[in-house]
Ligand binder design. Structure first.
Ligand code: PXG
Length: 285
């Protein structure tokens, strides 16, 4: 049975799921998206992901042609059609097909796409040993130009950083903002532990406000850990006792080396392992 893809209210076989080459999502990256996950048939933090999708759309003057309730129902319908319980879910809303010009007024209706597929996980070894990452030259988008808070289809900023990381043999890469402060990784948020305090860059540091980031901050607070959203520098990263990344695909993944500096003891730290386990339970409970 072929994988079914949802486009504008209809399910298509994967090979027949097609969008116009005149779609402004393709021509200009004009659109928004979300990446979600389901565990045992339940979508993790669905409301928060839909809220972010609608916020992203609002910021680019894109009206999603359905309600959040209808989107939630469509996600579940697509998961069921593919008999998927533990899945990766990609929501895409494009500006729609138009003429060869930037003007979004000259497009037809937005296209709503829902892809549900098997989730591609990082190898278990990376969680046990921890990642080595580097800081890349590609600066995170200036918030005044294109806010990183918008999860838009224009992901070149992150892709260029990802390529730099891959060329150095790293699966993730750290990006700094226009002020030289730590922002986030290409598809993950970053956390540091120092003297038992958990720190992460604030939302105005030029980051996507990750759903996993939010969940981990809640879990840490519940566990009695002091959590701070404060500007961080590379120096703070180098002298941290622990470092980890959060994201829908990665969940919580330890980082043990940054720019050739060993973080803490060079193995995943205690708080990192604890929060990783707490998140694992939260997502699957
Ligand atoms: N920063 C950026 C730039 C992201 O794209 C995150 C942080 C983490 O946010 P969440 O809400 O997932 O905790 C992301 C999320 C993919 C993929 O297919 C990318 C993300 C999430 C899921 C899948 O590359 N990025």
């Amino acid at each position: 049975m072929s994988l079914k893809i949802f486009i504008n209210g209809q399910l298509f076989d994967k090979d027949d799921a097609k969008i116009s080459v005149y779609d402004h999502g393709l021509l200009y990256g004009d659109g928004v998206f979300e990446g979600l996950r389901s565990y045992s048939g339940r979508v993790f933090r669905l409301e928060q992901h839909l809220r972010r999708l609608w916020d992203s759309a609002k910021a680019i003057w894109l009206e999603i042609p359905m309600s959040r309730e209808a989107m939630a129902a469509a996600i579940n319908e697509t998961l069921r059609a593919n008999k998927l319980t533990d899945a990766y879910i990609r929501l895409v809303v494009t500006r729609g097909a138009g003429s060869l010009g930037l003007d979004p007024n000259r497009t037809s209706h937005p296209q709503v796409i829902i892809i549900t597929d098997k989730i591609q996980l990082y190898p278990e070894e990376m969680y046990e040993k921890g990642l080595e990452i580097i800081t890349v030259n590609t600066q995170r988008n200036h918030p005044a130009a294109l806010s990183p808070r918008i999860k838009s289809l224009n992901y070149l900023n992150n892709i260029l950083a990802k390529i730099e990381g891959l060329q150095a043999g790293c699966v993730e890469a750290l990006m700094l903002n226009h002020k030289g402060e730590v922002a986030e990784c290409t598809g993950d948020n970053i956390f540091l532990v120092r003297d038992g305090i958990l720190s992460t860059p604030p939302k105005d540091a030029g980051i996507l406000e990750g759903v996993t980031r939010e969940a981990v901050m809640e879990l840490a607070t519940q566990a009695g850990i002091q959590v701070r959203e404060i500007p961080l520098t590379k120096h703070d990263v180098y002298i941290a006792d622990e470092c980890f990344l959060t994201g829908t695909a990665a969940e919580v993944i330890p980082v043990v080396k940054v720019d050739s500096r060993v973080i803490g003891a060079g193995t995943p730290g205690k708080m990192t392992r604890d929060l990783k386990q707490r998140f694992h339970r939260l997502a699957r409970e």
